[in-house]
Design a protein around this ligand. Structure first.
Ligand code: ADP
Ligand code: GLC
Length: 481
């Protein structure tokens, strides 16, 4: 197997900067691809956290003017990750997060910030840095979407380009007046280019100008071809259906390992599953929830956005007392949802506990301690928290959409009699169906041997990157050939 070099372009990467699953994927896939003889280098924006975390950084390229000021590319590493950081202080060094300012609104110049990322990525992939010539460019989401357009219109030889769609809800839409300022030709402002209802779409650039498109689970790859989940892109994606592939995500099973995780109270594995109960006690204590005889402790680790369907959980709160349920929620995002869960917690402190913000340690404690992990998403391209839950023995209760449908075996009668269930699923994504699933969960939980079997089945699932990385490697090799 010949070695292959890939330039990955991502707007966030674990462990340096993370707002969601994209960072996990960008941080873990290169490590798994290394096992397939694919060497991945990743270009990321030079946010403060990236510049601070970059080890052995050396400048490898300069731009005299990158949308308003000079910039340079630094090459260094973070652990085993080979990184290029786009050091452009005028674009990336400022208060707020990767996408939003401190006021919670998009940075006003996000078009320039991520066009710069794509432009630097295109230049790097065409040999800007001495000794670096990737065979394939792998662009993630709208933030890297313009890479394909810059390559297409450069008039120079380019490596093959792959776009991965992690979330079709974010399409990178900006006024078409930015076309020339972003250095894009008039010829790109067409339906077969990046024109989208009079605007320009960075994601559409990626869809139309890449050689292949992937998304993060087989079911989502099907769903987005239909108007219901296509978010206006279904027709376009159908037109590219011959080069669209669904490859499910994995998780980094070294970071997420209950037998060695430094963030959990008590280590455990398949064989020592009984010890897990100590983590459940620790989680209740940490969240201020009382021990209630026979209560089922539900966990949530999530962005709070309408995608994640957590408003349905609010609708089901009246069931918590009669079904003997408790909830430990960690979330951040929509202030209205935060407010609603905070109100529920103060009304029923014995049943509901909620923490808001981003907390890696608590996320791990919930996975290690909750009896079930709730993921009632309206749509879910892949979802990573249910994969962590499987590995940690927190039985997932999810809607049956996207990657959730692909990664969990519902405890229906057939799966129960075959002894292969790994979780519970409900559909449609509505409060009534969630309520029915919660009732069923309470019934299964009351049968400890059966519950233990479901839990162990989940822990035996392969949620690693091993298989998906082989699929990516094959795709990259085919494109490079
Ligand atoms: P999405 O990318 O749509 O948010 P995923 O399930 O793919 O959903 O990935 C979410 C990632 O972010 C997981 O690694 C999860 O543990 C983490 N996460 C989500 N919310 C929080 C939070 N409030 N605190 C800590 N980690 C979180
Ligand atoms: C997106 C999706 C999520 C997916 C993640 C990583 O944020 O919402 O389902 O797991 O990207 O691909």
């Amino acid at each position: 197997m010949d070695g292959l070099a890939v330039l990955s372009i991502a707007s966030e990467i674990y462990p340096l900067v993370k707002t969601g699953g994209l960072a996990d994927v960008a941080g873990a896939l290169p490590l798994a691809l290394a096992q397939e003889n694919v060497a991945v280098s990743t270009l990321v924006p030079g946010y403060a956290a990236v510049l601070d975390g970059l080890e052995k950084a050396e400048p490898v390229a300069r731009f005299k003017d990158l949308f308003g000021a000079p910039a340079r590319i630094l090459r260094g590493n973070s652990g085993a990750l080979d990184l290029f950081a786009l050091d452009a202080p005028h674009l990336y060094l400022r208060p707020g997060g990767p996408y939003l300012g401190p006021d919670g609104l998009d940075h006003a110049d996000n078009a320039q910030r991520f066009a710069a990322l794509a432009r630097a990525g295109a230049a790097l992939s065409q040999g800007l840095a001495d000794g670096f010539a990737p065979d394939v460019v792998h662009a993630h989401d709208w933030q890297a979407g313009l890479t394909a357009a810059y390559l297409r219109f450069s008039g120079r030889r380019s490596p093959a380009c792959v776009l991965t769609i992690h979330n079709l809800a974010f399409q990178g839409l900006f006024p078409s007046g930015l076309l020339a300022p972003l250095g894009l030709p008039e010829a790109s402002l067409v339906t077969e280019g990046l024109e989208y209802y009079g605007q320009i779409s960075f994601l559409k650039s990626g869809v139309n100008y890449s050689d292949a498109i992937t998304t993060v689970s087989p079911t989502y790859a099907q769903e987005i071809l239909e108007p219901d989940q296509g978010m206006g892109f279904d027709g376009l994606l159908r037109s590219r259906g011959d080069v669209l592939f669904g490859i499910r995500n994995g998780i980094d099973t070294r970071v997420w390992d209950p037998a060695s995780d430094p963030l959990v109270t008590k280590h455990y594995s398949l064989r020592t599953i009984k010890a897990r109960a100590e983590n459940t006690r620790a989680l209740r204590k940490k969240m201020g929830l009382p021990e209630i005889d026979g209560a089922l402790l539900l966990g949530v680790v999530s962005r709070l956005s309408s995608q994640k369907g957590l408003d349905l959980v609010l609708d089901c709160l009246p069931l918590f007392e009669p079904l003997n349920l408790q909830l430990a929620l960690l979330g951040s995002g929509d202030p209205a949802l935060e407010h609603a869960f905070a109100a529920a917690a103060s009304e029923s402190p014995d049943r509901i506990a909620a923490r808001f913000g981003y907390a890696e340690d608590l996320a791990h404690m919930i996975q290690a301690g909750a009896d079930m992990l709730l993921v009632p998403s309206r749509f879910e391209p892949c979802g990573l928290t249910q994969l962590c839950a499987l590995r940690y023995g927190a039985v997932p209760l999810t809607s049956r959409v996207g990657g959730l449908a692909d990664t969990i075996i519902d405890a229906n009668d057939m799966a129960l009699s075959a002894g292969c269930a790994t979780g519970l699923q409900f559909e449609p994504v509505a409060a009534g169906a969630l309520a029915a699933a919660l009732r069923k969960a309470a019934g299964l939980f009351a049968d400890p041997p059966l519950w233990r079997q479901i839990q162990l089945n989940g822990m035996k699932c392969d949620v690693s990157w091993t298989q998906p990385a082989k699929t990516y490697a094959n795709l990259f090799r085919n494109l490079a050939a």
